[in-house]
Design a protein around this ligand. Structure first.
Ligand code: OSB
Ligand code: MG
Length: 374
């Protein structure tokens, strides 16, 4: 594919409700989008980095700089033919996986359009519908949380994930379980605990949780493996899994029994499929995580979730839970059964509302090829 232009832009997108995790609160999203023009088509990619380097080392600004200074010019000068080649094109740049995914995913989006097939099929997806869950942030009161859960259960979501941290855990689980004895429930600590909290974490076993997500350090396998031996509840790793090798190490060490796959965290579709396949071959189920994405990242998460081993409900939910207006058409909707349908339209399956994107844009730059050195 001949790349005619790469544009990078930043949008300001206010969340309908603030989202609180153990590491902080997000009110307004700064969404970076890449737009790659080729052969009369446009591939879109969304950067999933946070406003601050709290979930991972990357942030909106680090991604912007790495894309503008390194990845964008390298990609523009390359002879890329498909998404699968992009990791090698970016091979000299270490880390910066969310930045890389922004561009790689736009190339996959383009490739699917050029091949006149859905992104889901191009990736090897086999599902017509995907099971959906929701991630509910830390609230100011348990009563408030219970009201939110009521609404999401009534909407049909198949799994409720509660963000937790010391002081917002067992009492919350107790009250929620009392009110909802039969729902599928999980929790996500975003690394808020330490191994000395193992006895406390073991009391989570009393609440029939589907999993406890990333209880310990964001970069750890070893201590999660020690902890897993002391829990009946499955550990799910999110932050720790950066690539296929990490997934293999975590599975071999029994650091987790479930893996959360996020496109940005692993560096794009190529590595996400590799993590999926490695887990599938070893009987470890996966699900698709979310990073408060706008419609473009959401569409990409939906396509990824159609792969066979995404057997657990993901954190991929309706646009209307996040935004007054999403930047895609149609918006993402979830059925009363808690499912999203996979589109068989070519590409991502959702049109980008370019007028709205332009209106929300706070900065935009064109990235040009620079001469390839070495
Ligand atoms: O750990 O899954 C996480 C949001 C921001 C950063 C990290 C996480 C999350 C979520 C939200 O849980 C999932 C979503 O609804 O997009
Ligand atoms: Mg998580």
């Amino acid at each position: 594919m001949k790349i005619d232009a790469i544009y990078l832009r930043e949008l300001n997108l206010p969340l309908l409700r603030p989202f609180q995790t153990s590491f902080g609160t997000t009110k307004d999203r700064r969404v970076v989008l890449a737009e790659i023009h080729s052969e009369g088509l446009i591939g879109w990619g969304e950067c999933t980095a946070g406003e601050h380097p709290h979930f991972s080392e990357e942030s909106v600004d680090s991604c912007w700089n790495v894309i503008v200074d390194e990845l964008g010019p390298t990609l523009a000068a390359s002879r890329v033919e498909n998404g699968g080649q992009v990791p090698r094109i970016f091979g000299l740049v270490r880390g910066n996986r969310m930045a890389k995914a922004t561009l790689e995913n736009a190339i996959w989006d383009l490739e699917a359009q050029m091949k006149d097939m859905s992104l889901s099929r191009l990736l090897g997806g086999v599902r017509d519908v995907i099971p959906c869950g929701v991630s509910i942030g830390i609230q100011t009161s348990i009563a408030e949380l219970i009201a939110l859960i009521e609404r999401e259960v009534a909407a049909g979501y198949q799994r409720i994930k509660l963000k937790c941290k010391p002081g917002w855990d067992v009492e919350v689980f107790e009250r929620v379980r009392h009110r909802f004895p039969a729902i599928t429930l999980s929790c996500d600590a975003n690394s808020a605990y330490r191994l000395k909290d193992a006895d406390h974490l073991a009391t989570f076993d009393g609440f029939d949780l589907l999993m406890v997500e990333q209880p310990l350090w964001y970069d750890d396998f070893y201590y999660h493996s020690m902890l897993q031996k002391r829990l009946d509840t499955a550990i799910c790793l999110d932050e720790s899994i950066r690539n296929r090798r990490d997934a293999l190490a975590a599975i071999e060490m029994e650091s987790c029994r479930i893996i959360n796959i996020k496109l940005g965290r692993v560096g794009g579709f190529s590595e996400a499929v590799a993590v999926h396949n490695a887990a599938y071959e070893r009987g470890v189920p996966v699900w698709c995580g979310g990073m408060l994405e706008s419609g473009i990242g959401r569409a990409h998460n939906i396509a990824l979730s159609s792969l066979a081993n995404f057997s657990l409900p993901g954190d991929v939910s309706a646009s209307s839970r996040y935004w007054a207006e999403d930047i895609i058409e149609p918006e993402v909707t979830v059925s009363a059964q808690g499912e999203i349908s996979i589109s068989d339209a070519p590409g991502r399956g959702f049109e980008v509302r370019t007028d709205l994107v332009d209106r929300l844009t706070v900065r935009k730059t064109e990235i040009r090829a620079h001469a390839l050195v070495n």
